[in-house]
Design a protein around this ligand. Sequence first.
Ligand code: IMP
Length: 191
Amino acid sequence: MNLIFATNNNHKLKEIKLALPTYNVNGLRESGIIEDIPETGASLEENARIKARFIYEKYGKNCFADDTGLEVEFLNGAPGVYSARYAGPQCDFKDNNEKLLKELLNSKQRDARFRTVICLIIDREEFLFEGVCAGEILTQYQGMEGFGYDPLFSPKGYSLSFAQMSMEAKNEISHRGLAVQKLIAYLKNQA
Ligand code: IMP
C-alpha cells in the first residue's frame, strides 16, 4: 500500500520507513508536495488531523500525519504542542534545549513524557493512534544521535538518553515508535 507521511523531517521519515518496511511510505518532498502545512491546532490531536486532512483533501491520497510534544511535569505540560517553537518562531533544536535546561535549572522534579498522535486517513476514514514515552529531562546533554530534545531526554528505566540509542532501539520504546506500532497493528488487521 502507498501512504504519504505528511512530514519533511528526514529523520522521522527514516524512523518510520524502518518501522513500516512492507509499506511504500513517502514523505512530502518525495511525493512532490512542497506546501507548508499550517500547524494551527491547540492540541497534538488537532494538528495531526489538520495535516492529514490537508493532504487527503488536496491530493486524495491515503496518508498519515503525526504531531509530537514534550510534556514536562514541572512546566505543567509545556512545551507540549509548542515543542517545535518553544524558544520562539525562528528557533532551532539547540535554542529549545537551552531554554528547557534554563527553565528546569535547580529543579529536582524533572519528569517528562513525549506524546505522539498519528492521524491516518484511508479512503476518507480517519483514525487516531497515540504513543507515550515517560522519562526525565537530564541536567546536561548526553549523546549525538537523534534530533530535537533527544540529548536531554532519558526514557524511564534507562540511563541513556535517546541521543545515545540507535534508531532501532529508540523506535522500540519511543512515543512515535509506539504510535506507529498501533498504526501497523491496525493496517495489518485490514489486510
Ligand atoms: P513534531 O510535531 O513531530 O514535528 O515535533 C515537534 C517538536 O518536538 C520537534 O520540533 C522536536 O523538537 C520535538 N520532537 C518530536 N519528536 C521528537 C523525538 O523523537 N525526539 C526529540 N524531540 C522530538
